[in-house]
Design a protein around this ligand. Structure first.
Ligand SMILES: Cc1cc2nc3c(=O)[nH]c(=O)nc-3n(C[C@H](O)[C@H](O)[C@H](O)COP(=O)(O)O)c2cc1C
Length: 431
């Protein structure tokens, strides 16, 4: 039987999520702008029409300090998706949502409380993308001179997760009685303080939010260094990954499965979804021409700035035409490693040409049939469970186009849901 495919919408609450300059669009076609709620409502309704699993929001906590970042809107400005999702969830009944929240900047008590409240509001349709943040500029907005070093961020995050699990489990299922006859709201013996004292966190508890439909949000994670994979194998229910080619995908899946096994987890319980940017048109040449036009708008200095920001490397101090060698990337270390692994002589100039804005030979550009073939091929041969789709152009029109033209073709192959099964995001991802 052909393997099922999960599809998710992937954005930032920003003018151009990952495709740089994707905020540029013919004025007469713009219905509403990214800062207007109607823009997001439109996308959420489209994703639900296409029976996507969820609308996933990346996030970051800095920007506006580099002239290039400001001039071209490189992941800046960037509004708060947690507030957005609380509204959007009321505009659709089935589509689920995931938000990115940082273990470095949110106190665990604050984070668990917000996510549990969102889980109630959405009736179990919420996920958390666990990040520990990547940029020194982010640290500067929270009273820190720099982020903790790469691996220490994961050590802290491990302890952070321990606190979260304890908070989410601090109420027994039957603690809330609401016994009107006897006038007893809850049983104090069934609500448990934590009195947690770790190396980095000290939390008394218990939670002030009653157990939510999923009890804890569906847990995502996006990272790929050795330490990052270890964290994912321990905590993630779904990994948002990027890999280079089918061989890179397979290596990633096998590696995660082996690590999951070591933690006594069934590898099948960890889903993997791949970042993707499909583009469809009636003919392959039309689709390629369209993608070429979109990519031609991107100034090289903008790609360089986005990439340098993610890697945590000041590229103005590096010769971008020399092989990257063993330079350290204090930000997304795993991402740079995968480029190095695919080509040991790769230069920053070469990486920047394709970084997050796709490449001219993106295999997901073509007719709906060609793109569907490619998606099926990748999950069959490379592994994983589906795709996190980030828009190549004005997002309301982009997702309409995919939902109307690509989704029916994939669905006819019996690999995409026809109806939502279950009620929660965890149900969607596991049933
Ligand atoms: C595909 C992908 C998406 C990511 N999305 C975010 C994000 O939205 N916000 C964030 O702060 N970090 C994000 N990150 C960074 C990771 O959470 C992680 O901090 C970083 O990749 C460093 O870990 P690594 O070296 O183990 O990959 C993302 C990373 C990857 C690979």
């Amino acid at each position: 039987m052909a393997k099922k495919i999960h599809l998710t919408g992937f954005m930032l609450f920003a003018p151009a999520p990952h495709m740089i300059m994707s905020w540029v669009y013919p004025r007469e076609k713009i219905k509403y702008q990214w800062y207007e709620i109607e823009y997001w409502e439109h996308i959420a309704k489209t994703l639900e029409r296409g029976k996507f699993d969820m609308f996933f929001f990346a996030d970051g906590w800095a920007g506006g300090t580099s002239p290039i970042g400001v001039r071209y809107a490189i992941q800046f400005p960037n509004h708060d998706p947690v507030s957005l999702v609380a509204y959007l969830a009321a505009t659709v009944k089935k589509l689920a949502f995931a938000v990115t929240m940082s273990t470095t900047f949110y106190a665990p008590y604050m984070l668990t409380r917000k996510l549990s409240t969102l889980d109630h509001i959405t009736k179990g349709r919420i996920g958390w993308n666990i990040v520990s943040s990547i940029g020194a500029a982010e640290a500067h907005n929270f009273g820190m001179d720099s982020l903790p070093p790469h691996d220490e961020r994961y050590d802290r995050a491990d302890e952070y997760m321990e606190v979260c699990y304890k908070l989410w489990d601090s109420w027994d299922d039957d603690a809330m009685m609401m016994d009107m006859e006897r006038g007893i709201f809850a049983d104090p013996d069934k609500i448990h303080p934590l009195n947690f004292k770790g190396k980095w966190y000290k939390v008394e508890g218990p939670m002030t939010v009653i157990p939510s439909p999923q009890r804890r949000p569906y847990l995502f994670q996006a990272r790929s260094s050795d330490r990052g994979r270890e964290f994912a194998a321990r905590h993630s229910e779904c990994i948002f990954a990027s890999a280079i080619g089918v061989a890179g995908m397979r290596e990633f899946c096998e590696d995660i499965a082996a690590r999951a096994d070591r933690y006594g987890r069934n590898p099948k319980d960890i889903k993997i979804i791949w970042g993707a940017q499909p583009l469809v048109a009636p003919s392959e040449s039309d689709a390629r021409a369209k993608m070429h036009e979109i990519r031609a708008r991107i100034p090289f200095e903008a790609s360089l700035a986005l990439m340098g920001g993610h890697f945590g490397i000041d590229l103005s101090k590096v010769d971008i035409d020399k092989p990257v060698g063993d330079i350290d990337a204090p930000g997304t270390k795993g991402m740079l490693d995968s480029y190095r692994k695919a080509n040991p002589n790769v230069t920053f100039r070469e990486i920047a040409k394709t970084y997050l804005s796709g490449s001219d030979d993106n295999p997901m550009v073509g007719t709906p049939k060609q793109v569907a073939d490619c998606m099926q091929y990748l999950v069959e041969e490379g592994g994983g469970d589906g795709f996190q789709i980030t828009p190549a152009f004005y997002a309301p029109d982009y997702f309409d186009e995919l939902t109307d033209q690509l989704v029916p073709v994939i669905r006819r192959r019996g690999v995409l849901r026809t109806e939502y099964e279950g009620r929660t995001l965890r149900d969607y991802m596991t049933l």
